[in-house]
Design a protein around this ligand. Structure first.
Ligand SMILES: *Cc1c(COP(=O)(O)O)cnc(C)c1O
Length: 379
């Protein structure tokens, strides 16, 4: 592992691989062409805006979850800006409305309070409502927008037909890292509940969570489902994946700072699960480590842990062919989505730099972080 990574780059850093990103984007382009769906990037999952010039041709724009993401989409991506928020604030409405193309409300109450005002700020705005199909195969409750007592989207029981005249589209988001089979099942429930309203809509947004770029995802089925839906209802169909765009496009490169022993060998890295890869704790999931195996699979097993004072700041237990030594690089795979958008400076830990590996193999450091970034988030 020692020679593969640029010894002169200070760890930790995220390393985006342009070639891999382009591979994902060519699949997305293909789906867009064959299905005639419009596909947006969900900034919640991936917002490395300096890479957006690579994304703009493959996508129709971005979906944002509020003012800041909408501004980022408007300033750095262009094209369509779709803004949905669990609840909008009145004082932000003008700015959001004036830079958005679609505005999606979460409840009939917000719709009735703000739809006309938003239209007055931007007459071209297309207005929609997020509905809750009350069916999801999401793997974990924390990622299930259709779970018990969910606040996300309007259930059929809470639907208010008085908004229909001003409503151009319906939005649902019920998937998380899921297949086109799961989409098919969600669509059945969506149509069963809200089908009567679809013919009067201009567009239906199928949300995110489509694991399009994962190996084995049935792309042909996704295309078929979209085409059939469009033919049946004569509406525009939108998808807004986040994770699928950044899926397997880069790594988090860290270094071993020390190795301690307490019932096992523990390597302390110059990164943090809590601060830099929080989903490994929240979801939880186990990130793959380059050249490493499961516990006991290879000769030397270590717990990989973060350099903060949180006891649970642990990436997981891994085995290696050769013993780890101080200064060795430990490289976590697939760290482009839901990492830098979520990272914090908890415990004063330095944020990883953002580095891109270009198609020609050269490497460019896009951003480095320091003490000021820690200080300036506080006061
Ligand atoms: C999170 C989210 C997305 C993106 O989901 P991915 O799992 O990253 O594809 C899209 N739309 C909405 C409304 C979301 O909340």
């Amino acid at each position: 592992m020692k020679n593969k990574y640029h010894e002169n780059l200070a760890t930790p850093y995220w390393l985006l691989d342009e070639k891999k990103l382009k591979k994902n984007l060519s699949l997305i382009s293909d789906i867009r062409e064959k299905s005639s769906a419009k596909i947006l990037l969900a900034l919640k999952g991936y917002a490395l805006w300096k890479s957006f010039p690579l994304l703009q041709d493959a996508l129709n724009g971005c979906c944002a979850s509020g003012l800041h993401e909408a501004k980022l989409a408007h300033e750095t991506f262009g094209q369509e800006v779709h803004t949905y928020s669990p609840a909008f604030k009145e004082e932000e409405l003008e700015e959001i409305a004036s830079i958005s193309h679609h505005l999606v409300f979460n409840s009939p109450a917000q719709f009735k309070r703000f739809a006309a005002k938003a239209k007055a700020f931007n007459p071209l705005l297309s207005i929609g409502l997020r509905v809750n199909p009350e069916y999801s195969e999401a793997p974990k409750e924390i990622y299930n927008p259709c779970g018990l007592n969910s606040r996300l989207g309007t259930t059929l029981l809470n639907f208010d037909e008085s908004i229909l005249d001003a409503c151009d589209g319906l939005h649902f988001h019920a998937l998380c890292e899921q297949s086109s089979d799961a989409l098919e099942n969600v669509l059945k429930h969506f149509e069963e509940k809200f089908g009567k309203y679809i013919p009067q809509m201009k567009w239906i947004n199928f949300g995110g969570g489509h694991h399009i770029t994962r190996e084995g995802y049935d792309v042909e089925k996704l295309i078929r489902l979209i085409k059939e839906f469009k033919a049946k209802y004569n509406v525009e169909v939108y998808l807004e994946p986040g994770e699928a765009i950044g899926w397997e496009t880069g790594t988090l490169v860290t270094s071993v700072l020390d190795i301690v022993h307490n019932g096992m060998d523990i390597a302390i890295l110059d990164s943090s699960a809590e601060a830099h890869m929080p989903d490994t704790i929240i979801m939880p999931y186990r990130a793959e480590v380059e050249g490493a195996g499961k516990v006991g699979e290879k000769a030397h097993t270590y717990r990989l842990a973060g350099n903060t004072c949180l006891a649970g700041d642990i990436m997981g237990d891994y085995s290696f062919d050769t013993p780890l030594t101080i200064g060795d690089k430990v490289v976590f795979e697939d760290q482009m989505h839901y990492t830098m958008v979520k990272a914090t400076t908890f415990n004063g830990i330095k944020l990883p730099s953002i580095v891109v590996k270009k198609e020609d193999g050269s490497v460019e450091v896009l951003r480095e972080f320091g003490y000021e970034d820690f200080r300036d988030r506080l006061s």
